[in-house]
Design a protein around this ligand. Structure first.
Ligand code: ZN
Length: 777
């Protein structure tokens, strides 16, 4: 075994070829052809083949194999390897590749021996530690810059926890090759299959292993070597479940370079190999980073924290900007969340890493992201540092860092980059993944949900609780946290319940578990007079189960607008707004401040969008009224429609000739009174204007006169992005005025018109999202 260890990785990679036949256990290894078949299937995203290679009775998920490549990092193929476990078979199959930062990579499957040979069993999820917890690292890192190699050792302390299987299988980025393992000075057998390292199960609760390993890192942006800078950011240390651990790191850089690792500095020494600096992080965290570079270091005290800028492109102004952004944010979060856990913080510049990365006592930040991203990264000292996240379940800490960035900006007027707002999210859309599922920071959909939706859900909670209580909830979340463990959304929910009261638990399920947004509507809106006051009452309604959401309601009055915020906590939330001047219109969240579903993404239903649409239009004329009305409707369809709708290809049909398919197939111009249109009742119900021989009406508003006519534009009920316009007259003669549109305000969608084009009413279209209610004049 000693010999095997000494032969190094080349031998380790050949274990299944050489060693196993030698021990006479050839029947316990799969054929190379089978592993190649799995590898090809994974790289072709061929889940059917992976499923076909699973044992009868097990249905492992291979969802990972269909995931798109991440937003950064090299796009590398899967490798499939056999992980032998000499102490306790059967062995495992490893699907392995480079593990990008805060993303996912390796998958470990059990195997089952069948009559046809080996088959895949269940996956061991990364969250299952098999009873092994890594508690402490004592790392040395030596960068060989010219050779683009990094040499590491780690004295890793493991704690064995009760588990029905209890194995010691550590994970480490597959670019690292383990070359020796000892324990208390004695060689220890080991097996490596890409990102998995099997070690013998320790017989005591605590044990230490000394690992030697190295990696060649070429061309990457997350782990990188350049002539003046290098860093390791991605799982360059052994772990299980990416769970928190403390660490000591000695980093050796070439002479003239500066190294930095997490925690407090422990001194420096110059050796023939270079400059070694020592660091110690007593705060257990999930994510370690080490960087070296030819930095120019500037340091200032901000409060009692030494804040430094490590710049590759030195500039007094940029150093000052970096130091004050970080220093001020540290002071504010320290005061409002909990005491900052270190004596120092550094902003470390990189030209290679394409983003900014939280390192808790420092940030590794892309050149263009200084100082923009610093507040977010400083917030991670609490959300990820003091309270760690593994990134194996959710991105809760990204929601909190992004939210805290926005909160800090609002409270202090000092900008971070809080890039997500409700309008933007409504435009970009919501990928179909919930906050409880999004866990991969490098997946575009997951990150839109984790950073974007998550931060806005917290903003919504802050609006409902008030900022002081929200801050108190976050302080409780931190205070309740047990150092050494990770945290999840449920821990924050417990903190909110403890701080704000039991009912606040109900805030979370809809936001965390669902992928849709609340579809809020106004209902039952009325205005009345009470003495010298005007009162608007109504209800904000939504489908069951209800989202909790703070939503503004704006009432337009003769004297301007009045904005009221309503806390919606049920499917039907009544409101009452008192006013001193006469209200004309009630609007639900007109500026889209609340996170809510948008009306169907089609064009705004205005007269302009209808008459300028290039989609085909079917003109449908009513035949159910008098002969004169039918003649007038047909004339509008055949003669006037072409004139008015100059961009569209127009076809004409009588109402009773139309099939449902005709109605669904194009934009529609419906001509004639609702009761004369021989269309299914659900179509007639969409028409907002009612007619009598004396005149016409919209809701309770009535106008008298045989020369009145109307146009109403609204979204097509079944055709995506389609529009419908309805035109009708109090008399056939009135209808023939359809062509007189020149004086109408074409940005409106609902019109009552007199004679040859005088508008009596023009207002926004009725849309089926029911967020605007026009009050009776
Ligand atoms: Zn972040």
């Amino acid at each position: 075994l000693n010999n095997r260890a000494a032969r190094g990785f080349t031998a380790a990679a050949l274990f299944c070829l050489l060693l196993i036949p030698a021990t006479g256990r050839a029947q316990d290894t799969p054929t190379r052809a089978w592993l190649s078949r799995l590898e090809a299937a994974a790289n072709k995203m061929d889940i059917a083949v992976l499923k076909a290679n699973s044992a009868p009775g097990v249905e492992p998920s291979f969802q990972w194999a269909s995931m798109p490549p991440g937003m950064m990092g090299p796009k590398l193929p899967w490798k499939v390897k056999w992980l032998e476990v000499p102490d306790n078979g059967p062995a495992f199959v490893a699907f392995t590749k480079y593990h990008p930062c805060e993303s996912s990579a390796d998958h470990l499957y059990r195997t089952v021996r069948t009559e046809e040979g080996f088959r895949l069993g269940e996956e061991i999820p990364e969250t299952d530690t098999l009873g092994t917890r890594v508690r402490h690292h004592k790392l040395t890192v030596r960068f060989d810059v010219p050779a683009q190699q990094v040499y590491l050792t780690d004295r890793v302390t493991v704690e064995m926890q009760p588990h029905q299987e209890q194995r010691c299988i550590l994970r480490i980025n597959e670019v690292y090759k383990v070359t020796a393992v000892t324990s208390e000075g004695k060689p220890v057998p080991y097996r490596q299959a890409g990102g998995f390292l099997w070690l013998p199960t320790p017989q005591s609760v605590h044990a230490t292993f000394d690992l030697a390993y190295h990696g060649g890192i070429k061309g990457g942006a997350e782990d990188y070597f350049r002539p003046n800078q290098a860093a390791l950011t991605s799982y360059w240390y052994p772990h299980t479940g990416r769970l928190p651990a403390t660490c000591e790191v000695k980093v050796t850089a070439p002479k003239g370079w500066t190294g930095i690792a997490q925690g407090e500095p422990q001194g420096k020494s110059v050796t023939p190999q270079g400059v070694t600096s020592s660091w110690k992080n007593d705060l257990p965290v999930c994510y370690f980073t080490v960087a070296i570079g030819k930095y120019t270091v500037t340091t200032q005290k901000v409060g009692n924290v030494s804040v430094s800028a490590y710049l590759l492109h030195p500039s007094k102004a940029r150093a000052q900007q970096a130091i004050s952004s970080a220093g001020n944010a540290i002071q504010w979060f320290s005061k409002n969340l909990s005491k900052y856990p270190y004596s120092r913080y550094a902003v470390v510049e990189t030209d290679v890493f394409p983003a900014a990365l939280e390192c808790y006592s420092f940030t590794l930040a892309g050149r263009s992201l200084i100082p923009m991203a610093i507040v977010h990264e400083v917030a991670h000292t609490w959300w990820g540092g003091v309270v760690p996240n593994t990134y194996t379940r959710t991105l809760w800490n990204e929601s909190f860092a992004e939210y805290s960035d926005g909160l800090y900006g609002r409270m202090t007027r000092q900008g971070g980059m809080h890039e997500f707002n409700t309008q933007m999210m409504s435009t970009v859309g919501f990928p179909p993944v919930s906050l409880m599922e999004a866990n991969d920071a490098m997946n575009m959909g997951h990150s839109l949900i984790g950073y974007g939706k998550g931060s806005l859900v917290l903003e919504n909670l802050e609006r409902m609780l008030g900022t002081p209580k929200m801050l108190a909830c976050m302080r409780t979340f931190i205070a309740r946290h047990k150092p050494g463990e990770d945290a999840e959304w449920r821990d924050f929910i417990d903190a909110v319940e403890e701080t704000a009261g039991k009912e606040w638990r109900h805030f979370f399920p809809a936001w965390l578990n669902r992928t849709d947004q609340p579809a809020l509507r106004l209902s039952d809106v009325k205005s009345s007079r009470e003495g010298d006051k005007f009162v608007v009452t109504g209800t904000v309604v939504q489908n069951d189960p209800a989202f909790w959401v703070q939503v503004p309601v704006v009432v337009n009055t003769a004297a301007g607008e009045k904005r009221t915020e309503i806390a919606v906590k049920s499917t039907s939330q009544p409101f009452r707004i008192e006013l001193t001047s006469k209200p004309s219109e009630v609007l639900l969240d007109p500026k889209r401040e609340a996170l809510r579903a948008s009306s169907k993404g089609g064009p705004q239903p205005t007269l302009l969008s209808f008459v300028t649409a290039s989609d085909p239009v079917l003109a449908v004329y009513a035949t159910g009224g008098s002969a004169q009305e039918t003649a007038a409707a047909k004339a509008v369809a055949t003669e006037q429609a072409k004139e008015v709708l100059s961009f569209a290809k127009i076809s004409v049909k009588a109402d009773d000739d139309c099939t449902e398919a005709d109605l669904a197939g194009s934009n529609l111009l419906l001509i004639g009174r609702p009761e004369s249109l021989r269309l299914p009742a659900n179509w007639r119900d969409l028409l907002p204007v009612t007619f009598s021989d004396q005149g016409l009406g919209v809701g309770s508003r009535q106008w008298k006169g045989a020369d009145l006519w109307s146009i109403a534009v609204f979204p097509h009920p079944s055709r995506e992005k389609g529009l419908v316009a309805h035109v009708a007259g109090a008399s056939p003669e009135a209808l023939r005025n359809f062509r007189h549109q020149r004086d109408l305000d074409s940005l409106k969608g609902l019109f009552v018109v007199k004679g040859a084009g005088k508008a009596l009413l023009q207002e926004p279209a009725r849309t089926n999202d029911a967020t605007v209610v026009v009050l009776q004049p």
